[in-house]
Design a protein around this ligand. Structure first.
Ligand code: MTE
Ligand code: MO
Length: 227
């Protein structure tokens, strides 16, 4: 018997092979820059191409949602940084707290608008750990065995958070509680739930979906879904 997780992985690998979810235009042009995400423009719609808005907040993961009591939780941040840290829950909550609203776009084509996330900003984390000049990428690993990689230049942004609350409630286990990444400008698979470890690296190291046909860069505005 195959477990449901294998089925999901097989399904999503099939999506990548068939390049599902791409608009006809993106299929023909390949990844094209029809919207430059760095230049806000009045014509830029709120919904990225090929996405649809859903009500509520779907849950998507490998099917293994770890149970993490706060007293056993920790976040280990190391690699090419001047000041590696391991935060337990108290340390994490003692950091300056931020609150912001953003949209969330899953590569399987659903999007949610106006999520209020609360937590520690990535910019603050960078001030604490002080990346070395050669650090260019971060590899995130999670308590469920998941991993994903993101360039430091993308993480060094005002809307990137390590979140522990969603819409005024503690983040539930199914959505990655006690704490998860939120990277609104990238497809949602780059936002690691149940985040456990961050390693700062000089060379890029692809994560779980990045080795299974999904884009390394994952920009929703250019339909950068697949590799
Ligand atoms: N640890 C972990 N993080 C993960 C995943 C996962 O399987 N494990 N799935 C990713 C995917 S594909 C999506 S769409 C979002 C979904 O977040 P949600 O379940 O809170 O909607 O989490 C991302 N982060
Ligand atoms: Mo996703």
């Amino acid at each position: 018997m195959t477990d449901p997780k294998d089925k999901l992985v097989q399904k999503k690998e099939e999506w990548a092979r068939e390049r599902r979810g791409l608009t006809p235009q993106a299929r023909e042009e390949g990844v094209s820059v029809r919207h430059n995400p760095n230049v806000p423009s009045p014509e830029k719609p709120r919904l990225p191409p090929g996405q649809h808005l859903v009500k509520g907040f779907p849950v998507l993961d490998l099917g293994n949602q770890p149970e993490l009591p706060l007293e056993r939780w920790s976040l280990d941040i190391h690699g090419l940084v001047e000041n590696p840290v391991t935060w337990d829950w108290q340390d994490f909550m003692a950091q300056p707290q931020n609150s912001l609203v953003s949209d969330f776009h899953c590569v399987t084509t659903w999007s949610t608008f106006g999520n209020r996330w609360e937590g520690v900003s990535f910019k603050h984390l960078l001030e604490v750990v002080r990346p070395k000049p050669e650090a260019k990428y971060v590899l995130f690993t999670s308590y469920d065995g998941y991993s994903t990689n993101v360039p430091l230049s993308v993480l060094n942004d005002d809307d990137v958070l390590i979140a522990h609350r969603w819409n005024a409630q503690p983040l539930t286990r199914e959505h990655g509680g006690p704490a998860r990444m939120v990277i609104p400008k990238r497809y949602a698979w780059k936002s690691a739930k149940w985040v456990k470890e961050m390693v700062f690296l000089a060379e890029d190291r692809p994560g779980f979906w990045e080795v299974r046909g999904y884009s390394n860069t994952a920009d929703p505005w250019t339909e950068d879904r697949y590799s």
